[in-house]
Design a protein around this ligand. Structure first.
Ligand code: ADP
Length: 266
């Protein structure tokens, strides 16, 4: 892999896109895909033109979260080249590696193969003139991250973590990677997901299942903004399974939480 800095900024892909935001996490299972998907839908709800690329090669979840599994993706010939047309749902142009391969197969791919597949999803696609291009990156730091940094002029990253100690330790590593002078991607802020749980029958009570405000403290310590705190809510979990992101209903409590998050990002 070529070093990210060896590619000139002006040579990078998607020059027509105004903001390219990588949603990342140190640890898996903290809600990174949930935040990326709902952030994209909430930004579209604010009237922006939004694209979402599911680059989580080893665990793509966007097809399920948008109820688009098995959906065919069409291509169009433009200037003698076949260009894929992204799917469109809830106002978001989206593509996922999961549309093309089975997760079990991708898990056996070598880094170079995964990186090539990802480059095609960026460069051989008729992405529109977007205000925001949201990328759901794989957890941790990998070849995929290097490919993204090398291919795209990333505006900044949003890092998702739960307040649990193991997740925080990995989030800290992610912050260090993006701050590394060779990478140097601005950190737009942290999102504390699964911040607390409030049972329906005890609406005044907050239970801090994964610890209290760990991400808020990490944000203060690392001097980065805390963009939002999202509680554990049954509807968020259900929406991941039934294919309608909660942000598609902006009048609900969870819809408002993601709209507030989107407003922090713009
Ligand atoms: P990651 O992308 O970090 O692996 P996901 O977004 O796939 O994580 O989330 C993991 C699981 O947790 C999913 O089943 C998702 O629906 C659920 N989940 C994520 N955030 C919340 C939340 N705030 N409340 C309830 N369930 C959540």
């Amino acid at each position: 892999i070529k070093h990210p800095q060896k590619v000139q900024e002006e040579e990078k892909a998607l020059p027509g896109v105004k903001n390219i935001i990588a949603v990342s996490s140190g640890k898996g299972g903290v809600g990174k895909s949930t935040v990326a998907s709902n952030l994209a839908v909430a930004l579209a709800g604010l009237g922006y033109k939004v694209g979402l690329l599911d680059a989580d090669i080893f665990g793509p979840s966007v097809p399920k979260m948008f109820h688009l599994e098995g959906e065919p993706i069409y291509a169009e010939e433009i200037d003698g080249k076949q260009m894929m047309i992204p799917a469109l749902k809830y106002g978001v142009e989206l593509l996922s590696i999961g549309f093309f391969i089975k997760t079990e197969a991708a898990a056996l791919w070598r880094g170079a193969m995964a990186s090539n597949a990802l480059k095609q999803l960026i460069e051989e696609v008729k992405w529109g003139e977007l205000d925001y291009f949201i990328i759901d990156t794989p957890p941790g730091t990998s070849d995929i991250h290097l490919t993204l940094l090398q291919t795209l002029a990333i505006t900044g990253t949003v890092i998702v973590s739960t307040p649990q100690q193991v997740a925080l330790a990995d989030a800290r590593k992610g912050i260090d990677m993006y701050r590394n002078e060779k990478v140097n991607v601005p950190i737009l802020g942290l999102v504390e997901n699964m911040a607390w749980f409030t049972p329906a029958e005890l609406p005044q009570n907050k239970y801090y299942l994964f610890g209290r405000e760990g991400v808020k403290q990490l944000a203060e310590e690392m001097n980065v903004p805390l963009l939002g705190q999202i509680p554990i809510v049954q509807s968020i979990c259900d929406s991941g399974d039934n294919g309608e992101p909660v942000a598609a209903n902006p009048q609900t409590m969870t819809g408002i939480a993601f709209r507030n998050l989107a407003e922090q990002v713009v």
